[in-house]
Design a protein around this ligand. Sequence first.
Ligand code: IMP
Ligand code: MG
Length: 184
Amino acid sequence: MTSHIPEKSRVETLISAQELETRIAALGAQISADYADKDLTLVGILKGSVPFLSDLMRAITIPIQIDFLECSSYEGGLESTGVVRLVKDLSHTIRGKHVLIVEDIVDTGRTLAYLLDNFAARGPGSTAICTLLDKPSGRQPGGEVAVDYVGFTIPNHFVVGYGLDLAGYFRNLPYVGVYSPPEE
Ligand code: IMP
Ligand code: MG
């Protein structure tokens, strides 16, 4: 029987739950030190950053606030459409705040380039980027962004799990894996 639900057997583990936990503990410690005397707001990009932000915020030992926004560029496929839209905006002002954007993965870089531009006009104290995964080989013109904190640098594979999705599925996997699509 065919189904629109992708098969978990097509996902091969790339980064285990244990490796994620260890790396995120280190990122949390580093961010806590770097922002020791600052008023820090973590801005999670929905929906992919949810597991990462949830674990990262608990690895940060200084008082912080969190907020969320949602962008869209994939429209459900395996390739970025290149056009970034703001689907949901922040609930609070970031004027004067130190903002750390928390993202699941940087691929073309266009989502973050768009957000940095968008945030600059709101007068934050500072803006930095923390991404769980970085695919440097995926960068496209207009996406040349400097990433301040990177969990793992990975090759140009389509990955799912721990927030990352294929057409909305697999975000709940506790690990990151490479998805191999079925033959045509
Ligand atoms: P960018 O604008 O191309 O950097 O894309 C960033 C967004 O694309 C991420 O927030 C993800 O939602 C999505 N994305 C990029 N690569 C992957 C992938 O390998 N798997 C799942 N989503 C991805
Ligand atoms: Mg995303």
